[in-house]
Design a protein around this ligand. Structure first.
Ligand SMILES: [Zn+2]
Length: 230
């Protein structure tokens, strides 16, 4: 199961529950032309759960994106700190920024995950598949910038190091590639929570190759559902 944009946890009361992740999951389905919202209680085993923190860079080329990132970062940090304490694997994925973490235990952990062969080739980017997926409710050809005037899409404006407000510890992992999927397979992880400031672009389309090996329809429907919720 893949969950995108989850941001809350529930107070746990016993030792056994301290190794679990409990929350209320909300999904939205279109049935007979009606928008149906469902809410269910979910409890996951911590050791079978990972969090992917997607593109929480220090600075984006889009000023609005940078502001959203800075605003979300402290809450993301509180959330992943609580999950880390329960034994959940935290995977930091600042795309193209992993070079800043070379020779760290976090980077080594990802590099050492044994490669896994997949039936569906792992790709760097998964564009909308119009043969099976409906059109997006917005025009995203501006790459998500809603500033006036538009920000220059200049990579020189970016700082691809992960924002400092999200703590990184030696027990975490850092990657921006299929290594994330290899790590999950290595650990028997079946539940993935994706966090990030650009779920409309990065989490949905990149997802660091993991979506190819997990349930693609489930992944995409979740991500698209949350494009406008996060
Ligand atoms: Zn902008």
């Amino acid at each position: 199961m893949v969950l995108v944009g989850c941001s809350t946890t529930q107070q746990l009361v016993s030792q056994s529950e301290s190794r679990s992740v409990a929350f209320k999951a909300r999904s939205r389905l279109l049935q007979d032309g009606k928008d149906i919202v469902k809410s269910v209680d979910v409890k996951w085993q911590a050791e079978k759960t990972a969090v992917v923190i997607c593109d929480m860079w220090s600075r984006h080329w889009c000023d609005s994106a940078s502001r959203r990132c800075a605003e979300m970062a402290p809450r993301i940090n509180a959330f992943v700190s609580a999950l880390r304490a329960r034994g959940v694997l935290i995977i930091h994925c600042p795309s193209s920024g992993v070079k800043y973490y070379n020779n760290t235990p976090m980077r080594l952990r990802a590099k050492l995950a044994p490669m896994v062969k997949t039936e569906i080739p792992l790709r760097d980017w998964c564009s909308l598949d119009k043969t099976r997926e409906p059109a997006l409710p917005i025009d995203d050809s501006d790459n998500g910038c809603d500033c006036q005037p538009r920000c220059p899409t200049d990579s020189e404006r970016m700082n691809l190091r992960q924002i400092a407000a999200i703590q990184m510890t030696d027990e975490d992992a850092v990657t921006d590639s299929a290594e994330a999927y290899y790590l999950m397979k290595q650990r028997g992880i079946t539940n993935v929570i994706i966090l990030g400031v650009h779920t409309n672009m990065c989490a949905w389309s990149a997802f660091f190759n993991s979506s190819n090996g997990l349930s693609r329809p489930e992944c995409c429907s979740c991500a698209r559902l949350n494009r406008y919720d996060v």
